[in-house]
Each structure stands twice: as structure tokens, then as C-alpha cells.
Design a protein around this ligand. Structure first.
Ligand SMILES: NC(=O)c1ccc[n+]([C@@H]2O[C@H](COP(=O)([O-])OP(=O)(O)OC[C@H]3O[C@@H](n4cnc5c(N)ncnc54)[C@H](OP(=O)(O)O)[C@@H]3O)[C@@H](O)[C@H]2O)c1
Length: 326
């Protein structure tokens, strides 16, 4: 089967990504072959392209996609040609018309959830799901801080946090994103770079600070997130969109209120098939119940994968960006 896919020939700028063609092999043991109808773009793809994650050259990109199963290896049960599926996780390579992937990464897509929606919310929704439901339970009265609240993960995590009973302070990078952050349920919105953010957070929490700070921005917001925590607060440092963070002195965590810090990855939270399925079921249920919805900022042709990256890295996107492989 003739296939078109995106290849990165070097690490660096988006123009290093180019469309290539290949003859696609049949699925090997444990694999299925899927023809994509929609592909999700995630910030981690950008980190990989920039060379901030270990990879060999040349490389493929993309950790999620939705589409139809075309072929199934003899040893794979549970999937058949014609099934609608969505998947998340490695190995990379979803920026393609079609691909083979481990069947263990795929989940059957329920009726009522279209492929664009699935590609827009699956990886980001599984991330929001573990952050909200598996990290530390939200206690009644908890206020939390969530950075990049108008972004892809943010627009899914904030409504999940609200549904779990939290009061949410969301950060955005500009005034234009305030409406998106309040639209998904933020009780307070902090525009980064405008005024004394730490003071605003103390005001909004009656001087106590937040129970949990979910920080995906990294270098630019890490100190603020740490300073925003109440006693016994938890800092979840799950991304570094602005650059990686410096090490933290453990004594500081003691002095600042016996704080907790974790640096998690969704890869571990969906590593076991049972965890992937349970997370997927919660994400599908949240979609069906109207708790979350896919906010697709842009759908670009596969060949414009570099432009999709530029949209996200320039902080211009709100919600998800997906690619159209057809
Ligand atoms: N650890 C995990 O399990 C896991 C899983 C998935 C994603 N992530 C991380 O979660 C974050 C969100 O991912 P996403 O795909 O949904 O992206 P996104 O939130 O749609 O885009 C990143 C956002 O970060 C903010 N930002 C602040 N400073 C930035 C800078 N210097 N450059 C670029 N963006 C900056 C921007 O929002 P404002 O302009 O509003 O500040 C931007 O919209 C990323 O850091 C990603 O790596 C982690």
C-alpha cells in the first residue's frame, strides 16, 4: 500500500518537516494497520522536532490518530478490518495517511464520537483525565491553578476540574484568550505578565494559596506555581512549553509548607492496557455527557504539519489543532 507520511530530516525549525512516500508493510506480530481520517497535533511533537527529546535522525512525528482498521496481524484479537479506532502513545508516526501500530495502543471508537473529535481530544483528554482523576483527588473547597487554560489540554482539564468540584484559576498568555478560559469554566483568569500574579492568587484564595498547581509552561511559570501553593500543596510540573525548569532544593519544599512536587508523563499513566481503556472510557463519557467538547482551532492538510506546529508554538492556537491526511 502506497503511503504518504511526514519525516523530519533534522532537529530545529518546522520547515525541516517534509512529506515523503513509502510502500507500507503489512502489520507484524501484535500490530494493526490503520488508515487515518484525522491526526492530533500535540506540543510534545514540537519538543521532539526541536530536538528536546532524544531521537535518531530522520524521525517520524505524531502520537495519536483516528481512523479505520485496514488489516490486522494473525495474532491480534479484538480488532477487525473496518473498525473505527483512535489511539494514543508511541512509537511516533501518526503524521501519515496510514501506518502500522501496536494494537495495544488502540481503542474502538464509540458511535456518536466522530473522528475529528477523537483526534482532537484523545491524547490531550487522557492527559487531562490522569491529571484530574488519578493524581490527587479534588477535595471540597479546593482551589487549583491551571496554566495555559485556553490551550489543548487546558480546555479539557478545566471542565473536568470543575466537574470534580474545584475552583479553578486559569492562566492565559493574552487578553484575547480570556473568553476561552472562562468559556470552559475558569472561575478566575490570570493574564500572565499583567501585574503581581502571586498576589492575585493569594487574594482569590483568601490568603491560603492553591491546593494543586498544574503547570505545563515550565520555566516561565514554575516559580509562580510553587509560590501559589497552600501548605501541603502539590505542584504538578507536566510540561515545559517555555523551557525546562531548574532543579528544586528539597529544603525549600519543607520551608514553603511541606510541599509535594511531581513530574509525570501520560505515557506511564496509560502504559497498562487496563489504564488506557479506563481512561478512554472516562474521556468518551465526558464527551457524551457534555462535560468536555472538542474545540478544534484549526484542521490543516497533512502536508502543512509545519504550519500546524507554528500555530501552536507562536501561542496563537486556542484548543486543539488537527491534521487532515486525505
Ligand atoms: N506530561 C504529560 O503527560 C503531558 C501530556 C500532554 C501534554 N503535555 C504538555 O502539556 C502542555 C500543553 O500541551 P498542548 O498540546 O495542549 O499545547 P497547548 O496548551 O495547546 O499549547 C501550549 C500553550 O502553552 C502556553 N505557552 C506559554 N509559554 C509558551 C511558550 N514560550 N511557547 C509556547 N507556548 C507557551 C501557550 O498558552 P498561553 O499563551 O495562553 O500562555 C500555548 O498555547 C505542553 O507543555 C505539553 O508538552 C504533557
Amino acid at each position: 500500500m502506497r503511503n504518504r507520511f511526514i519525516q523530519g530530516r533534522d532537529f530545529g525549525s518546522p520547515d525541516l518537516l517534509a512529506l515523503q512516500t513509502e510502500e507500507l508493510a503489512a502489520p507484524g506480530p501484535g500490530q494493526i494497520l490503520v488508515r487515518h481520517s484525522a491526526i492530533g497535533v500535540n506540543f510534545i511533537d514540537i519538543l521532539l522536532r526541536r530536538g528536546e527529546l532524544a531521537r535518531d535522525l530522520p524521525y517520524r512525528l505524531g502520537l495519536e490518530g483516528a481512523g479505520e482498521v485496514v488489516a490486522v496481524a494473525d495474532d491480534v484479537g479484538g480488532f477487525a478490518p473496518g473498525d473505527r479506532i483512535v489511539y494514543a502513545g508511541g512509537p511516533t508516526g501518526s503524521y501519515a495517511e496510514a501506518r502500522v501500530l501496536p494494537a495495544a495502543r488502540a481503542v474502538r471508537l464509540p458511535d456518536g464520537i466522530d473522528d475529528d473529535t477523537a483526534a482532537a481530544v484523545f491524547f490531550k483528554g487522557l492527559t487531562a483525565d490522569y491529571l484530574v482523576h488519578r493524581m490527587r483527588p479534588i477535595a471540597p473547597g479546593d482551589t487549583v491553578l491551571f496554566t495555559a487554560a485556553a490551550g489543548g489540554v487546558g480546555q479539557l482539564a478545566v471542565p473536568m476540574l470543575k466537574a470534580a468540584g474545584a475552583t479553578v484559576i486559569g492562566t492565559v498568555g493574552s487578553e484575547e484568550k480570556i473568553a476561552a478560559a472562562t468559556g470552559v469554566g475558569c472561575d478566575h483568569v490570570l493574564v500572565l505578565g499583567s501585574g503581581d500574579a502571586a498576589e492575585r492568587i493569594r487574594e482569590w484564595t483568601g490568603g491560603r494559596g492553591v491546593a494543586i498547581a498544574y503547570d505545563s509552561i515550565g520555566r516561565a511559570t514554575f516559580d509562580l506555581s510553587l509560590a501559589s501553593l497552600a501548605r501541603f500543596g502539590l505542584l504538578v510540573s507536566y510540561g515545559w512549553s517555555s523551557g525546562d525548569v531548574e532543579p528544586v532544593a528539597l529544603a525549600h519544599l519543607r520551608d514553603a509548607g511541606s510541599l509535594f512536587v511531581t513530574r509525570p508523563t501520560v505515557a506511564h499513566y496509560i502504559q497498562e492496557r487496563g489504564d488506557l481503556i479506563a481512561g478512554a472510557e472516562r474521556v468518551f463519557a465526558a464527551l457524551k455527557d457534555g462535560v468536555i467538547r472538542a474545540n478544534i482551532h484549526a484542521k490543516l492538510p497533512l502536508a502543512q504539519a509545519g504550519a500546524a506546529h507554528e500555530l501552536i508554538e507562536s501561542r496563537a492556537s486556542q484548543g486543539s489543532v488537527i491534521l487532515d491526511p486525505r
